[in-house]
Design a binder for this molecule. Sequence first.
Ligand code: ZN
Ligand code: ZN
Length: 361
Amino acid sequence: MKAAVFHSPGTPLVIEDVSIDKPGPHEVLIRTVAAGVCHSDLHFVDGMLQHPAPVVLGHEAAGVVEQVGSLVRTVKPGDHVVTCLSAYCGHCDHCLTGHLSLCVSPDTRRGKGEEQRLSYLQKPMPQFGNLSAFAEQMLVHEHACVAIRRDMPLDRAALIGCAITTGAGAVFNTAGVRPGETVAVIGCGGIGLAAINGAALAGAGRIIAIDMLPSKLELAKLFGATDVINAADTDVVKAVRDLTNGGVHFSFECIGLKATAEQSFAMLRRGGTATLIGMIKPGVKLELDPNHLLHERRIQGSVMGSNRFPVDIPRLVDFYMAGKLHLDPMISRRLELGQINEAFDELRRGELARSVVVFEQ
Ligand code: ZN
Ligand code: ZN
């Protein structure tokens, strides 16, 4: 099959032939229909994060099941599915206490001694995030995908696999925003817009969107922001405090920078909670005023929106079909696999919400 192969940081991906195995007992072979291009992929391409290479990146996808292993009961050939990075084993401590997204059990991967799912030039190739979605097919554990309704367009469904689950899940699952509470979202890229939309779905009273690009702030209003702040020319913390009579109940940092992470904490009211979603560069340390903690302010992380994706993803699909989850304006460009390097260039410029690779069927 054709796949976009990443060789080393700073070099463009190359479209090459990669071999994919047949499904093992608990595995599912999926024909990829669409794959979103996410900032986390870019972090590897640019070398901020490391992964053994060559490797096929991509982790936000939707497709159609082609073949299933002998013991798979959750999906069948022909099913439309969304994949998720949060493959869960179902029997570890995290899984059994309902925290599927924290599972790191190796049981969802093939063992070191076994033949690997992917191979390149006759050599075993590692799989990225259990998925490797920038390829015509994906071979995944059955607990890394979920079937969705057939009337859901797959290019939009792909976004639910990472950005939407991460942003909206942080609001619903990690933070637990309740009707009427105030929310601030720092950074209006794919995940920030999903958090804004999630806050609107949760019934947040006031939703303040913060970014430095006027075009993104306009987009944020479409997703449910009630107020916008352009951080390019404003003291963000003061502006949020002024708008909310002392600070927000919940803030969400969706960029991954020291300065904005610290702002997300400083803009909380007493008892408020800051949730960090953006990936901060390894080694960076945050500085917080401990006096703020005295007033029961909290700061927490969120990984993949603390999801229980087999439940969450079909619900998010229903929200889209009901017109409440705005995926259409989130896709700024659809492109072919061969144009994938252009999508990374656009992400670097930071102007577009999201590009989606759509595969020829
Ligand atoms: Zn992602
Ligand atoms: Zn587990």
